[in-house]
Write a protein that binds this ligand. Sequence first.
Ligand code: GLA
Length: 396
Amino acid sequence: MTDLERSTREGFTSRFNRDPLGLWSAPGRVNLIGEHTDYNDGFVFPFAIDRRTIVALAPRTDRLIRVASSFAEAAIELSLDELIPENLHGWSAYPLGVAWALGSYGADLSAASGFELYIDSEVPIGAGLSSSAAIESAVALALNDVWNLGLDRPTLARVGQLAENRAVGAPTGIMDQSASLLGQADAAVFLDCRTLAAEVIPLGFDAADLDLLIVDTRVSHSHATGGYADRRASCEAGAAALGVDSLRDVFEADLAGAAELLDDETFRRVRHIVTENQRVLDTVRTLREQGPTAIGPLLDASHVSMRDDFEISVPQLDLAVETARRAGAIGARMTGGGFGGAAIALTPRTLLPAVRAAVAEAFRVAEYAAPDMFVVRAGDGALRHPAHANALPTAG
Ligand code: GLA
């Protein structure tokens, strides 16, 4: 039993005075490339990371839901009869939003049993590593089992997205939940967000002696407010002006014509999406044909496009990216929705200490808060933990 399994189990037992039926977990994610392309029906290439959120759950015989977590004192209680997005607030909107969203995908919420749920997590919150999708995916998998729904993983990703859109109020795409549910160790998920066709592609970082360094700038961001929704609206306006269903249907060869039709800002938003889709395809091809050491320039170009065309970077992210590159990273970019969060730097293992030291020093000189830096590896997607995770004798 791992420490996280033990602490989650103990957390459940101490809050609810009984044993959980089981443990389910799901990871956060890093997006290697393909930013803001998901809600434009485009391509993304994220991977599940080796940091997980774990939930312990036991069904009840009545209609009551009780949720508790390691990051909040109070447990939240609600009857299934009151389960509507308007009643969901704060952190509990993530797990309870998933329970509600399952009602749109086949769960009969008027007959379902209540449950007790406890959440613990090692995915940093606010770092742009999708701690929210990790909660949603773990809860979706757990309730899919306990309520016997038989939903497949792409559908559970849709459930998590619906919870995020309606219960949390962030107009996000399908990428994060897909990475969390479909990821596999040492591989990334090449996802076509129009068809949801997914292919798991080996990354080979270890064999190439590369590490993926996260630089969490600790500039916090929220996708429920402001910039994220503005960018989405610009993309929709651009698609409408160009007469297409989504920017997925615009290609690099169309950009000269688009420049004539669109105002400068909308054109640059469109150009980011169009070129980013192509960069995802190029990254997958380059990885297959030449291996991971050849993808650096595509990561760099993605960052420049997000900084200058989509305008979702912040000075701390730019500094992290530029400094990591100068100190020896082979490619670097901000990752996730932007306006804060983390940058990634694909770094030869031997240069890792130099890159970390250079970024720490650059932040110190710029008088920015010290960033949090750590290496992540591609880990497995959501899973139910084997029964031995429950085998510990209960206290008391
Ligand atoms: C956030 C959203 C995703 C995606 C990224 C940007 O992580 O949750 O759906 O849009 O931003 O690529």
